[in-house]
Ligand binder design. Structure first.
Ligand SMILES: Nc1ncnc2c1ncn2[C@@H]1O[C@H](COP(=O)(O)OP(=O)(O)O)[C@@H](O)[C@H]1O
Ligand SMILES: [Mg+2]
Length: 574
């Protein structure tokens, strides 16, 4: 937790001012019972004073009470403002760093946390840390001052009555302690359930199309209901336990008061003193209840702080390796590459391939055969388990990340477009020239539909580009990938929504306009990769066929079967 608390340091001055104001406010509050007692016992019931003098002193002391009450009120208000300011800014800084860290996590690290958990850490966990700091600053000084100061003042007034008060304090303390101890684990449970709910919500939001397509709406709503119910009942349980603390503490207070009055009567204590003690009782009791609330927010907040810190502690520093060189004659080369996501079973086995600059690599295979994994390794989203991958004869692990990624123009499977203009989407913050943008749009066969849009390049896309068709989205994504004139273009299953004619026109334009660019094309359709210089057929992480289209038709049975089913008619013509 110390690492999180260090975030408050820059706002130390604000915190200290807040605490000083809190201190002044709390002390002023403690003087109220004392003044009240003076008015009742030393003025109203004092026979040595005449009527005028009594009025005068009552007004003076009453005025002082007003001043103290105002000081307590204003001290609290301004202190709370300062507290909100410092805790708010601190949370902002923490969230900023957490977000930055999260965006630098490598893919394996993201997998280890899980995206929903990272989202809760950024949202609810940082909120709990905020609550912990804010509440502790607000009540952490006030409560102890009120309890200690109240006891000291009480003892200075009447030792016997103060002893009754002192006897009640541990009793209330035990009640509060027991209740807090019981509720804290339940609050942790609440936090975990919140993770579940975020995960469900996220799955539903991102998978809304699939859910609709499979008419699984009702099923998902049911599942969601389960998760929210679970969360609600856990929250209810936690709060039910907490809600015991107020009535139980009040009961102790009332019992204490009865004892106090009885003791007062036996000892002939003045009515002013009894009233004064009644106020001390209330002040101290409330302070103890707020202390119990601090314990809850601290235990909750410290759990959240450690969840946040475990992300912040991740090593995201770039490690530039010094692995042996490969063959410089190839643009891309895989040498005996093996890889596993979970370290148990291999998702890729013994992959070997080599292509030269400007050539095209085609990859085909069933879903889950490892096509995207191969791309992930090439772009170094994950490091290989075995073997080496070279670009321009240099191991990908020997490149600084920025230098490596700059070589690529990529359209991922299920890639996304921003809710921004067409131009912004193609440019993607890279300050490309109009010439680059237009060339990319032409080549991606996106010119015609963009010209038809209201505003052309300035047409605004909706959230997730829902105002474009699937094929239009793909063409725009391809334009985005091409616009920076990359050395290597990767299209991961990203021409599937294009009709055959557009797909063919795209291939021709790529060959003509981006001849020096090396292309890696993952496709389900043989027509998209038929022309490639090298085609890999993947099955369950293994290469089961490689070569040109013609070679594969001879050598790879699976390939010729796919070809036969996809283009029977075409083959007949040939
Ligand atoms: N992040 C991941 N964590 C664990 N397993 C994964 C991950 N991504 C993909 N896989 C698994 O690796 C295998 C290959 O997946 P992938 O390369 O995406 O297949 P393809 O792109 O050919 O459809 C699949 O069994 C898939 O479940
Ligand atoms: Mg894939």
């Amino acid at each position: 937790m110390t690492k999180t608390l260090r975030y408050i340091k820059p706002y130390g001055a604000t915190v200290v001012w807040g605490l000083i104001l809190k201190f002044i406010g709390s002390v002023a509050e403690l003087f109220l019972p004392l003044l009240l007692k003076w008015i009742i016992d030393d003025v109203a019931a004092n026979d040595a004073l005449n009527g005028d003098q009594k009025l005068k002193w009552t007004l003076v002391l009453g005025g002082l009470m007003l001043v103290c009450a105002l000081a307590a009120l204003l001290g609290n208000i301004f202190a709370n403002r300062l507290t909100v300011k410092s805790s708010g800014r601190m949370t902002h800084d923490l969230r900023y760093d957490l977000f930055k860290k999260t965006s630098y996590l490598n893919s394996g690290q993201v997998d280890s946390f899980g995206v929903p958990s990272l989202i809760s850490r950024l949202t609810s966990d940082s909120y709990y840390v905020n609550q912990m700091v804010a509440r502790t600053l607000r009540l952490g000084v006030r409560a102890p001052i009120l309890i200690l100061g109240g006891l000291i003042l009480a003892f200075s007034q009447d030792v016997i009555l103060a002893s009754v008060l002192l006897a009640c304090v541990p009793l209330v303390g035990i009640i509060v302690f027991l209740i807090t101890r019981k509720s804290v684990p339940v609050f942790f449970e609440v936090q975990k359930k919140q993770d579940d709910m975020v995960r469900r919500t996220q799955e539903n939001v991102t998978g809304v199309r699939v859910i609709k397509a499979l008419t699984k709406g009702e099923y998902e709503v049911g599942k969601f209901e389960e998760v929210t119910q679970d969360l609600a009942s856990t929250e209810f349980r936690a709060n039910r336990i907490m809600s015991l603390s107020n009535p139980l503490a009040s009961l102790t207070l009332n019992l204490g008061l009865v004892v106090l009055i009885v003791v007062g009567a036996v000892c002939h204590t003045s009515s002013g003193t009894v009233l004064e003690f009644l106020q001390f009782f209330t002040i101290i009791l409330n302070a103890m209840i707020s202390l119990s609330k601090i314990f809850v927010v601290i235990s909750r907040g410290s759990a959240s702080a450690s969840r946040i810190e475990s992300v912040l502690a991740m090593d995201t520093e770039e490690k530039i390796g010094n692995f042996p060189e490969g063959d410089k004659k190839y643009k891309i080369q895989f040498k005996d590459v093996g890889f596993s996501y979970n370290g148990v079973e291999n998702n890729l086995n013994n992959v070997n391939l080599a292509i030269c600059g400007g050539q095209t690599l085609g990859i085909i295979g069933a879903t889950g055969s490892g096509k995207s994994t191969l791309i992930n390794l090439l772009m170094r989203f994950y490091d290989v388990g075995e073997g080496q991958i070279f670009i321009d004869g240099r191991d990908v692990r020997n490149y600084p990340n920025a230098e490596l990624r700059k070589k690529f123009g990529v359209v991922f499977q299920n890639d996304f477009l921003m809710a921004a203009s067409v131009r912004e989407n193609v440019d993607y913050g890279r300050n490309l020239t109009d010439e680059q943008i237009n060339k990319a749009i032409d080549c991606a066969q996106a010119r015609e539909f963009i010209d038809g849009l209201d505003g052309g390049l300035d047409f605004d896309l909706a959230q997730k580009a829902n105002n474009l068709s699937g094929g239009q989205k793909q063409r725009l994504l391809i334009a985005r990938a091409l616009a920076s004139t990359p050395e290597i273009l990767i299209l991961d299953d990203s021409s599937s929504a294009l009709d055959y004619a557009t797909d063919a026109a795209l291939r021709k334009a790529l060959a003509r306009e981006y001849a020096s660019c090396t292309k890696v094309i993952v496709a389900q359709r043989i027509s998209s990769i038929k022309h490639a210089d090298l085609i890999l057929v993947l099955d369950d992480g293994n290469i089961i066929g490689e070569g040109t289209h013609e070679q594969l038709l001879e050598s790879c049975e699976e390939y010729s079967i796919i070809y036969a089913t996809q283009m029977g008619a075409e083959r007949g013509d040939a």
